[in-house]
Design a protein around this ligand. Structure first.
Ligand code: FE2
Length: 412
């Protein structure tokens, strides 16, 4: 073996030694007798598959306050500010901010990321930059890029052509924003067009769907119906779906049956939607996050994302996935032990399912050696303490080592 990690602990609590060679996990046993050129003592810490960031916008990350701050706190003012900021985008600007954000995430245990790239401005600079970044970081982090028409597929006459160009250039997934199209009909048509393009170019689908408090925003049913008819199911993701939280229960019940049949993935972004949504409410004020617990009970795949890191929609954010999981625990009221464990799955294995990573992800013999070590004995403690990720192993090598903060009482 090239490297043996000694005295780790699986999420089940079982002790484990892990042997790595040639970028692959070669052995996992309670006590490995083999020897290695290098051994690292994990001191009983938990070993986990890496975190998966299911939804982020790397093209707008780290631009908060430029050219101005979002005063209303709404999604729509954010879109206006971004429309101004994106006039001055350059390849170097986007690449530098994207790589800085990916490093911020990788050092906190994220090794798989799905980013949306705005494809509604004519130079496609955001998309081109993120495709270059995807290639330049591939030896330490896996990046997927979604062609995302921020201003709507039918918002301007050239937007559809830009989407096709983005797919020709190599975007991994087709995106959309039906609730932001000018009319309901445009929204429905955009979803049909997205499915058509995904099939023609053989790409995944990830749609910003019903990210609004409007209980009449019902594009999720269109996405689910298209998924059923096309058979694309698990290759389809509905992101945000915050209006689902405002639907009346009779409709939600009927919809849930269709969703179960469609087997699509869901991404909730609790940090962002708890702040963006409910802005037109007085009291009671809606939570603005989709029905995560109910989707999970239904057996549907739900994963979580940061969505924004210091951008026109959210001036805070540090890319930490445990913070996202903790926020989901609170807003979705998933405080039971099995529910907290489920929220941990939403930032690991469920995210891998959303990204369709297949057998390239997971903590098992024969898998690529991507894994993280946390300063916590269990997923529950990891979320409760917002544990430090002490070691990040990527492609069989130690990528980042972080020492947990040391506290020393001086008097008292
Ligand atoms: Fe988003």
């Amino acid at each position: 073996m090239e490297l043996i990690l000694r005295d780790g602990r699986l999420s089940s609590g079982e002790a484990v030694d892990i042997g790595l060679e040639g970028g692959i996990i070669r052995a996992m046993e309670p006590r490995l007798t083999a020897e290695a050129a290098q051994e690292i003592d994990l001191g009983g810490q938990m070993v986990s598959p890496p975190f998966v960031e299911s939804h982020i916008h790397l093209d707008s990350a780290l631009t908060a306050g430029d050219p101005r701050w979002n005063q209303s706190g709404t999604l729509f003012e954010g879109i206006e500010i971004w429309r101004d900021r994106k006039q001055s985008l350059t390849l170097e600007d986007v690449k530098a901010r994207a790589i800085a954000t990916l490093k911020l995430q990788a050092q906190q245990g994220v090794l798989f990321v799905r980013s949306h790239a705005d494809v509604s401005e004519t130079s496609l600079v955001a998309l081109k930059a993120l495709l270059e970044v995807r290639d330049s970081v591939k030896d330490w982090i896996t990046l997927q890029v979604v062609a995302f028409p921020q201003d709507g597929l039918y918002g301007s006459p050239g937007n559809l052509d830009l989407m096709e160009e983005a797919l020709t250039l190599g975007a991994d997934a087709v995106g959309g924003i039906p609730h932001y199209e000018m009319t309901r009909e445009d929204g429905v048509q955009s979803v049909h067009r997205i499915f058509e393009l995904a099939q023609r170019y053989d790409r995944l689908i990830d749609i910003h769907c019903d990210e609004i408090d409007d209980d009449q925003s019902r594009f999720l049913e269109v996405v689910a119906a298209c998924a059923v008819r096309s058979g694309l199911g698990s290759r389809v993701t509905a992101s945000h779906t915050t209006a689902f939280a405002s639907y009346n229960n009779a409709y939600a019940f009927k919809l849930m049956g269709l969703l179960a049949r469609s087997a699509i993935n869901f991404v909730a972004n609790p940090l962002i939607n708890i702040t963006l949504q409910g802005r037109t409410d007085t009291y009671p004020k809606r939570r603005g996050v989709t029905r995560v617990k109910e989707l999970w009970h239904q057996g549907l795949n739900v994963s979580l994302g940061n969505d924004c890191v210091q951008d026109p929609w959210y001036s805070l954010g540090d890319g930490n996935m445990l913070t996202v999981a903790a926020m989901a625990v609170h807003i979705c009221q998933m405080t039971g032990q099995d529910e907290i464990a489920a929220c941990y799955d939403m930032i690991t294995t469920n995210g891998a399912k959303t990204l369709a990573l297949g057998n390239t992800y997971g903590l098992a013999v024969g898998q690529p050696a991507n894994l993280i070590v946390l300063d916590a004995p269990s997923p529950y403690e990891a979320i409760r303490r917002n544990a430090t990720v002490t070691h990040v192993f990527s492609r069989g090598k130690l990528l980042v080592h972080t020492k947990p903060a040391e506290v020393r009482w001086v008097s008292g």
